[in-house]
Each structure stands twice: as structure tokens, then as C-alpha cells.
Ligand binder design. Structure first.
Ligand code: CTP
Length: 401
């Protein structure tokens, strides 16, 4: 997916501090953020703070020769897929509604041909004023989009009312709705990937050779189709895919908790190689050689995440998909697994070759009423094909089982 870029214009209001949080929230979703600050905004947060979060300079001046030659207001207005104004003050709204362009923020808003999302923030009296009502109606008619304001406590002591800026998460979601496209737009996906790691003592553990490549590729492919993806990952050396929220865990039990926290989801794909067993007890100090000979480790069963999600009474994802590694009787074993775990589809790997840790995969897609054998292909291609199948299934009213 090509990286989406947002230009954030920070206006001068007490809510400006929340815009710093908004930068983090946008970046978490893989969105590149560039910042313009008005003069007034700099009374509330510093360009240094915002610049540290975006990792580049913040733009503040229309008439600064260096800034204007370097990027310039026309490029700022165009080199993005969305402009977000947060907080959108009464003053910024008035300027934009009337086409004024006497500072960098207003000049950018006049020069842009990109969608604009405003998050108004002001005192309830200012929001209710006839002039602001007029400007708001005009901006809506001009095609600008709005999120908030919300009802609530004002910065001024004891004042409540409509005028509080929307929360950073709400603004992020409104921005994502405008930035993201694809058949899975608005759908939530949960992926597990990688191995789990189960401690024996502070330095030793039980784990497996899963690289996480297939699960990461599926997370990326679903995000490419517009899904809101949470990737719950055991330890791997892989970077989080663009636009995916990664939650890092170690043990199977942590993985289960992270998955349950990520619900509700429309689809869950369990690709992780969860350790079937963990040591019954984890020693709090390192086991020493000399103590009492060779220690024996007794094992206990880990929770089955795929089965738990499949059988969940509340919040069961509409489509639950598991993976299976088989060397023989692939279809037969996979069907037994569907029945045992209660999932909808199994993607069965034929692991008789070098699939574990390799870059290619030979799979069968097995659902209750169909079996497809896919040719051997790159893990990225398996992921794309599976993501397309998921999109088709979720588009249908009742998922094809
Ligand atoms: N799985 C899980 N939690 C576990 C064990 C497995 O979520 N504790 C999921 C895996 O992510 C995968 C599927 O269940 O989607 C694999 O099932 P499993 O019964 O472990 O099968 P295999 O490892 O393929 O083999 P076997 O049946 O021989 O144990």
C-alpha cells in the first residue's frame, strides 16, 4: 500500500495539546503526518514538540523565504491525500469560509484541491454564534467535512456545552474513513502471527521456528484492501506492516488476552504457531546445573486461541479462519480440524517441503462445503488471494461457509 499522507493544521486553542496525541494516533496507522501551525497555536504547543513527533520541521510561516523555497504553501496544500484542521478555531473557520489567505494555514486551505476534515473547538457561545453557524454551513456546502464538536466540560471553569474538540481517536477514525478505500473499508480484522515463547526460567524458554512471514503478509494484504487490522504477534524479527496496528506478546496466554481485547472483529485469521504446551511452573530464578541433577520440565496445555475465538458466545467474528500444517491426508485432517475447533475455513499448508520459514507456500483452502487447491506460490500471493476471498465472503450477507 502506498503510504497515505495527511497535512495537520493546528489552530490556536487549548485543545491544541490533543493534536499532539492525534499525530501519534495517525502515525500508529501508518499515516505520514506533516504539520502546519498558526501563530496562535504556538501559544499552546511548540513547533518543537510537534516536530519531534512527526520527525520533520513544522511549517509556520507564509513569508519565510527558507520555508517557502523549501516546500512552499502550494506543495503543502497538494502533497497529501487529506488536510485535517484540529483544533479548527472560530477564526480559522471564518477565514476558510471567506477565502482569506493572510497566513500559511489559511493560504494552504485556499490553495488545496484535497479533502479537508475540520475538528472544531471553541467556547459554546462562539460555536452557537450566528457568524459561526453561517461559516459552518458555508464550509459544509463547499464540501469540507467535520468531526465534532462534542458536548462537555470547557477549559473555562464551570462551563459546559457544545464546543469541545472531538477526541484524537474520533478524529483519526474520521480521517481514516476519508483516506482509506477498498472492499474491506470499515471492516475489522484480527490476525495472530509468529511463534509464542513460554518461559522455563528467566533465561530459558520453549518456542518454535515460525517466522511470522505468512501472518504478516496476510495482515498487510487485508490492510491493502482497506481493513482496520490488528496484528497480535509473538516475537519475530519482522517490522509491522504499513497501516497495521501491531500488539506484541510473548506467551499463548498473553496472545489470547490481546485477541479478546481486539474484538469485535469481522474476521479473525489465526496464523500463529502457538506453543501447544508451556512449562507448568516458571522458575523465578535461573535453574542451576549443580542443584539436583537434570531438571524435568512438566508441561501443561496452552489455551487454543482459534477454538476460543470460534466458540465465543459473545463477539464471535463472522468469519474465523485457522491454519493447519499437514504432511499427509491434508484435506481429511483439515476437515477434522474445522469440526474440532469450530472455525469456518482452514488454510492447510502442505509442510512436506520447506514451507516453515521459507518464502513460498502450497496451500488448500478448505471450507465446510468446498475445497480449493492453490498452486505453490509466494507467501505474499497466498496472502493476497486469501484477503480477496475474505473480502468476497464478508461482502455476501451470510459468509460463504
Ligand atoms: N492454534 C491456536 N492456539 C493454539 C494452537 C493452535 O490458535 N493453542 C491455531 C493456529 O494458529 C492454527 C491452528 O490453530 O490456526 C492450528 O491448529 P493445531 O491443532 O495446532 O494444528 P497443527 O499444529 O497443524 O497440527 P496438529 O493437529 O498435528 O496438532
Amino acid at each position: 500500500m502506498s503510504q497515505k499522507r495527511a497535512l495537520l493544521i493546528i489552530g490556536g486553542g487549548i485543545a491544541a495539546y490533543k493534536s499532539l496525541e492525534l499525530i501519534r494516533r495517525l502515525k500508529e496507522r501508518g499515516i505520514a503526518v506533516r504539520v502546519v501551525m498558526t501563530q496562535a497555536a504556538q501559544q499552546f504547543v511548540t513547533p518543537l514538540a510537534a516536530g519531534a513527533l512527526v520527525g520533520e520541521r513544522v511549517f509556520t510561516d507564509l513569508f519565510d523565504q527558507v520555508q517557502e523555497f523549501d516546500v512552499g504553501h502550494i506543495r503543502l496544500a497538494r502533497e497529501c491525500e487529506l488536510i485535517i484542521v484540529a483544533p479548527a478555531t472560530a477564526d480559522l473557520m471564518a477565514k476558510a469560509a471567506n477565502g482569506l489567505a493572510n497566513d500559511l494555514a489559511s493560504a494552504v486551505l485556499l490553495a488545496t484541491d484535497k479533502p479537508v476534515l475540520m475538528a472544531p473547538a471553541m467556547n459554546p457561545h462562539m460555536w452557537a454564534h450566528a457568524a459561526t453557524r453561517r461559516n459552518f454551513a458555508r464550509l459544509q456546502a463547499d464540501g469540507l467535512r467535520f468531526v465534532g464538536p462534542n458536548e462537555g466540560e470547557m477549559a473555562e471553569k464551570g462551563e459546559r456545552g457544545l464546543g469541545r474538540m472531538a477526541e484524537p481517536e474520533e478524529i483519526r477514525d474520521a480521517a481514516l474513513a476519508l483516506l482509506v478505500d477498498g472492499p474491506l473499508k470499515g471492516k475489522r480484522a484480527l490476525i495472530t502471527a509468529g511463534p509464542t515463547l513460554e518461559s522455563i526460567d528467566p533465561v530459558r524458554f520453549i518456542s518454535n521456528r515460525s517466522s511470522g512471514k505468512q501472518g504478516y503478509a496476510i495482515a498487510a494484504a487485508l490492510a491493502d484492501l482497506g481493513a482496520d487490522v490488528t496484528l497480535v504477534s509473538g516475537p519475530t524479527g519482522l517490522p509491522a506492516p504499513q497501516g497495521v496496528t501491531r500488539v506484541s506478546v510473548e506467551t499463548a496466554r498473553e496472545m489470547l488476552i490481546a485477541c479478546e481485547d481486539a474484538l469485535p472483529a469481522d474476521v479473525a485469521v489465526c496464523v500463529a504457531a502457538v506453543a501447544d504446551w508451556r512449562p507448568e511452573r516458571t522458575a523465578s530464578a535461573k535453574l542451576k546445573k549443580d542443584k539436583s541433577g537434570i531438571p524435568s520440565i512438566s508441561l501443561t496445555e496452552n489455551p487454543d486461541i482459534l477454538a476460543t475465538l470460534s466458540k465465543a458466545k459473545k463477539k464471535r467474528p463472522r468469519l474465523v479462519i485457522g491454519f493447519a500444517a499437514e504432511t499427509d491426508h491434508v484435506e481429511e485432517h483439515a476437515r477434522a480440524k474445522i469440526a474440532k475447533k469450530g472455525c469456518d475455513w482452514i488454510v492447510a499448508n502442505d509442510v512436506s517441503g520447506d514451507v516453515m520459514g521459507g518464502d513460498e507456500n502450497a496451500v488448500m483452502l478448505i471450507a465446510k462445503n468446498r475445497t480449493e487447491t492453490w498452486p505453490r506460490m509466494a507467501k505474499g500471493s497466498v496472502a493476497k488471494k486469501l484477503a480477496e476471498e475474505i473480502a468476497k465472503a464478508l461482502e455476501a450477507k451470510a459468509p460463504r461457509k
